[in-house]
Design a protein around this ligand. Structure first.
Ligand SMILES: [Zn+2]
Length: 1148
């Protein structure tokens, strides 16, 4: 019954009969492709354990004398054979701070007595206030009234609708009314809106805006393109929207923001304060934090603190942070602890508008001023008693306020009377004036030198003021995953386009390629538009998925447009860099110049997943596939394309043949799955030098061999169309019992019925780690779970619903020379694929790739399966990995902080699963409490993650909630689409938790691989000999931890939306790998904090300046890249100026 075929051992697949589990009887299948496995089996060179590889050193020696920037692509791959040992890096100690949010949070009372009354103010607060009030003579109360308007670039209306209906009027009023009320102040934060207004404004108004800014009465705060969400936004986009805003401000208004204003994001992360610090800001404001934090910070008078990064022992990345003491930023919640009193101080009266404040408030006049002023002073005084310095910031505004000119007059008139009354009577010992954030921070720093320090962050946010019951805002971490994936696709595509554009443009200018320069300059506008489309989506109602469905549709159209344009731009730049001199000379005579490199897929609408198109290969010449490695290190990339014939081979840029695998493409006949005979899936591992564009070639062969075809197993074959049908693949049935996939490094055991992973064996150490995967859903509580909130239904029959039970699992296994993969389909709801690679390259060979294609909507499916309800409802589907890792009785896990670093999390059982879901943008991990194992899950999109039981790690996959959760959006979330989520799962040995948790080097590598995939570009129309085989941007690879975050052509200051300048901003991130894991990585060398000696660009560079993060202020010149020092976890920015083009020469 069991057939055994001995073979060399690089591919094994076995079914373990239920009775024979212990016997581990393998069924071996093999194919002996000539030469194929050899190159895969090459063992790493063990000669260099640390620092640059020997080949790299020789290069450094060669280059140190001559400064030649010529580069040989093969050398860029040096560093192969590295195994970075754990002793090679220094541990980082944790900073000492007055508050560590991880330690403090579990101590809180989460069901405080004041919960029903919604106000934390009690007799203790009142006593302290009265004590403080008695001391006002010595420590006078100082109050800054700060008019503001919160403008969402999209929420209930689209960005443009808001602008034309409301925001344009607000900005117009701002200019008009600040001119009239000449001591009134205002702040503005969203540059997306300000730039739109400015572009349309009369020059006189533009000038007035500049004057208001330079007078200090109008302060531009934060200065990002949007007020970014802080949970879902990944580091690249977070930085990029800040650059876009700051560059615009610097170029157009000549201003650099000094204060941050982040008052509506639903919880606050530690990355934003760090980025603001690096951008030169001096203080920042946060608003929405857990009600227990609000109460505690008020009790402790800790509302102003130095926010320190968890990895910063020196404190030199600290920024002064002001926490707003009450619930939200409206007037009702900003004057003091009693909202019902504050309501009386909102003086807006617009005819026809009838709200809670219009009932409560009356304008201030001579008759009521004394009584109203004294009542208000008590509120201000109470607020002052929450801080040691007795300085109070009172925002006066709300969402889209000051859209009517009268509101400016009304608020100004009443507040002027109040402040004049208070200020004119010395007995009050108080001073109230209009001011901005800059004034507030200057005053508190004048009164107080030392501030307490705090490390950690403010997730998960919970409000209590809405219903008098805790409501956890952890739903939005995973709301609308389709958009969250789309966002990251644009992020990756934009980043590639930026680097390629900068490279090609500088090169073309340098080489005098006037036509290329002209084409690229024309398209700079598209690059700017893509930046702004991505930036817009980082808004706290966009990437969060908390806008109305039609607004989400509008965002997606913008993301899709950006994707289309950036892929086209990347193709254009790559083509310019690869064209041979002959082909370049004939560029002018060509139709559609620089438009010959096209992606291997089409996507006519954002609503559908990209559809791969089969590549046809002619007999007479190969099809070229161009690939760009945007990383500073060599990478091995798994390439999957469709082909139309089986008789092919693939060669790399040196003409060497690479191992390939051909998998079937399946068609659901409705009566089982059939293998298509018109297209196939080609799979190979590309070896890509750092920051290089290289070509791979697909050739036709004279005959096709079975050797590179996958062996196929399934339990769901369609009946053969006729008796003579013979499928082009060796097909077998999935046998009963468990299934095992095996490579040189790993052995994976699967449940033979469900197709779900059960355990991973590390073959080197022999360790078996239980990794049982489970998909299920939390039935959510109607009206309590929605776009923002997550709340499982406490009355549900089962706490977890088996969403997959309605369909029989259909299994497919493809196993060949490159990879073995198992896919299981549960109707249209889920297809889950697990893949291991048969390459020797670390870390790809030691990690497990997983992919989920899911759809809870059913609307866009052609393959809806009987047995499933057509639409799920109140369903929050997660993927859980249940391991035997001991991460503590109160389980501890780690989540990434917007991709900047890892943050420790410890379960707090009292607040339920909804309070224990944390946001991730790229990674989460659990590890044994002592020496042992670590399991890291890397994702390609933002979601929520939790470790609810010991050994468990789960991520939310999709949410479908029919009802609005009463936080203003007014809709449920029912626009699910077929979505693909990608993951790497990595089990490593570790020496135990570090004081500062970090991803391993291998995990960073895999994460960069997921975040910045290579898009294969197919040559459409050029002859193969018209393209060079490769082009390289740097002379040496970057050390392992140094990630090139961006290389972005700065705009011409006079035309910031239109034309490129000769300068580019380059930003590095030191990703700081863990010291305690046994990560084997052979695609990079060295753990240096600086580029290697001799590292240069292959472009001529005029000058290099160190700058602030957003390139608005210079910090002095350096002459070479290796002079740059980037300490662990930090970002460093520099601007490179490229030489001016030579003067035009007369045509010959
Ligand atoms: Zn908002």
């Amino acid at each position: 019954m069991v057939k055994m075929v001995p073979r060399r051992g690089w591919l094994r697949l076995s079914f373990l009969g239920l009775l024979a589990v212990c016997a581990l009887v393998y069924v071996y299948y093999y194919s002996s492709a000539a030469g194929t496995p050899q190159s895969l089996k090459e063992k790493p060179q063990a000669d260099s354990l640390r620092g640059s590889g020997s080949a790299a050193d020789r290069r450094a020696e060669r280059q140190s004398d001559g400064g030649s920037s010529s580069v040989d692509g093969s050398d860029l791959g040096s560093g192969g054979g590295q195994v970075i040992p754990s002793r090679a890096c220094q541990p980082i100690s944790a900073p000492k701070t007055d508050v560590n949010t991880v330690d403090q949070f579990p101590k809180f009372e989460f069901q405080p007595a004041w919960m029903r009354g919604k106000e934390f103010w009690d007799t203790n607060f009142e006593k302290r206030y009265l004590k403080r009030r008695a001391k006002w003579k010595k420590l006078p109360l100082k109050v800054f009234l700060m008019p503001h308007s919160h403008n969402d670039p999209g929420w209930l209306k689209t960005y443009e609708e808001y602008y034309f209906h409301q925001t344009s009027k607000i900005l117009q009023n701002m200019i008009d009314k600040l001119k009239v009320h000449n001591n009134m102040t205002f702040i503005w934060s969203e540059i997306s809106f300000l730039s739109l207004w400015y572009e349309r404004a009369h020059p006189t108004l533009r000038q007035q805006l500049k004057e208001l800014v330079s007078s200090g009465r109008l302060e531009i705060v934060t200065g990002g393109w949007v007020m970014t969400d802080e949970a879902n936004v990944h580091l690249y986009a977070m930085v990029d929207q800040l650059i876009e805003g700051h560059q615009w401000l610097s170029n157009v208004l000549g201003v650099q923001p000094v204060s941050g204003w982040s008052v509506d994001p639903f919880g606050h992360g530690a990355a934003v304060p760090y980025l603001l610090h690096e951008s030169g800001l001096k203080g920042t404001v946060i608003q929405r934090i857990h009600y227990a934090w609000k109460q505690w910070l008020a009790e402790q008078q800790l509302g102003d603190f130095h926010w320190r990064q968890v990895w910063d022992t020196t404190g030199d990345s600290d920024i002064l942070c002001h926490n707003r003491p009450y619930d939200i930023y409206s007037i009702k919640h900003s004057c003091g602890p009693h909202p019902q009193i504050c309501l009386g101080y909102d003086f807006r009266k617009v005819p026809g508008e009838y709200t809670e404040y219009t009932i409560k408030s009356v304008p201030i006049d001579d008759h009521n001023v004394k009584q109203k002023a004294e009542l208000l002073l008590e509120q201000y005084g109470r607020t002052g008693s929450l801080y040691p310095h007795n300085v109070v910031l009172v925002p006066i505004g709300d969402d889209f306020r000051y859209d009517h000119a009268t509101e400016w007059d009304q608020q100004y008139a009443s507040y002027s009377r109040l402040l004049n009354f208070i200020n004119s009577d010395p007995k009050y010992h108080a001073n109230v004036q209009f001011g901005t954030l800059k004034d507030y921070f200057a005053e508190v720093q004048n009164r107080m030198r030392d501030y307490p320090s705090l490390q950690g962050d403010f997730f998960v946010y919970s409000d209590i003021f809405s219903e008098g019951r805790p409501a956890y805002w952890s739903g939005y971490f995973a709301t609308r995953p389709y958009w969250k994936v789309l966002d990251r696709q644009l992020e990756a595509s934009l980043r590639s386009a930026e680097i390629l554009y900068t490279w090609a443009y500088a090169w073309a200018v340098q080489e005098g390629q006037a036509r290329v320069v002209q084409l690229l300059e024309k398209d700079y506008e598209k690059l700017v538009r893509a930046r702004r489309n991505l930036a817009l989506f980082q808004h706290h109602d966009a990437i969060t998925g908390t806008s109305k469905s039609y607004v989400m549709h509008d965002y997606a159209i913008k993301l899709h447009e950006g994707l289309h344009d950036t892929i086209a731009l990347a193709g254009e730049a790559a083509e310019a860099l690869l064209l041979t001199p002959g082909a370049m000379a004939s560029l002018d005579h060509r139709a559609a110049p620089l438009h010959h490199l096209q992606p291997d897929f089409e996507r006519s609408t954002y609503e559908r997943l990209p559809r791969k198109l089969p590549i046809t290969v002619p007999r007479d010449q190969p099809r070229l596939m161009v690939m760009f490695n945007s990383l500073g290190q060599r990478r091995y990339e798994v390439v999957k394309v469709l082909i139309s014939t089986l008789d092919i081979r693939v060669t790399d840029e040196h003409g060497h043949e690479v191992p390939i695998q051909i998998n079937p493409v399946w068609n659901d006949t409705g009566n089982g799955m059939a293998i298509l005979s018109t297209q196939y899936e080609l799979l190979f591992v590309a070896d890509l030098p750092p920051l290089s564009v290289i070509t791979y070639s697909i050739h036709r062969t004279h005959d096709s061999t079975m050797d590179n075809r996958a062996s196929v197993y399934s339990n769901n074959y369609a009946p053969a169309p006729d008796q003579n049908y013979s499928p082009p693949f060796e097909t077998r049935d999935v046998l009963p019992g468990d299934i095992q996939l095996e490579s040189d490094h790993l052995k994976l055991l699967f449940d033979g019925t469900t197709g779900m992973l059960r355990s991973i064996t590390d073959k080197t150490s022999g360790h078996v780690t239980q990794t049982a995967i489970r998909y299920a859903a939390y039935p959510s509580a109607q009206f309590k779970s929605g776009a923002y909130l997550f709340k499982p239904d406490p009355n549900a029959r089962e706490p977890e619903e088996d969403v997959l039970s309605g369909a029989k699992p259909r299994l497919f296994i493809h196993s060949g020379p490159v990879a073995s993969e198992l896919s299981v389909m549960f109707g249209a709801v889920l297809m889950h694929t697990t893949r291991i690679l048969h390459t020797a390259h670390q870390p790809l060979s030691s990690a497990v790739y997983m992919e989920n294609t899911f759809n809870l909507g059913g609307k866009y499916n052609s393959t809806e399966t009987p047995g499933f309800p057509p639409h799920f409802r109140e369903t929050e589907m997660f993927m859980r990995i249940m391991t035997d890792i001991d991460n503590g009785a109160e389980p501890t896990f780690y989540t990434d902080q917007s991709g900047l670093n890892m943050q420790k999390r410890v379960r707090v059982q009292r607040i339920g699963i909804q309070g224990n879901y944390y946001p991730i943008t790229s990674s989460t991990m659990i590890e044994d409490s002592g020496p042992g194992r670590r399991l890291t899950l890397l994702t390609d999109h933002a979601t929520g993650a939790a470790a609810w039981q010991q050994g468990w790690l789960e991520v939310m996959v999709e949410r479908r909630t029919f009802y609005d959760d009463a936080r203003g959006m007014g809709e449920g979330v029912t626009d699910q689409k077929r979505t693909v989520g990608r993951y790497w799962l990595l089990v490593e040995n570790t020496q135990g938790p570090e004081p500062v948790a970090r991803l391993s080097l291998a995990a960073h590598h895999l994460s960069n691989d997921l975040n910045y995939p290579t898009i294969p570009l197919i040559n459409e129309g050029l002859n193969a000999d018209q393209l060079n085989s490769g082009a390289h941007l740097i002379t040496r690879p970057l050390p392992c931890p140094l990630h090139l975050m961006t290389f972005r052509t700065l705009p011409e200051p006079q035309y910031p939306s239109l034309l490129p300048s000769r300068a580019a901003l380059m930003i590095f991130h030191n990703q700081a790998p863990s010291c305690t894991t046994s990560a084997a990585v052979e695609t990079c060398s060295g753990l240096n904090d600086s580029p290697f000696p001799g590292t240069e660009l292959t472009l001529q560079v005029g000058s290099i300046q160190l700058t602030s993060l957003t390139a608005t202020s210079s910090q002095g010149p350096i002459t070479t890249l290796p002079e740059l020092h980037i300490p662990h976890h930090r970002l460093r920015a520099l601007t490179l100026t490229f030489p001016q083009p030579p003067p035009p020469t007369p045509a010959d």
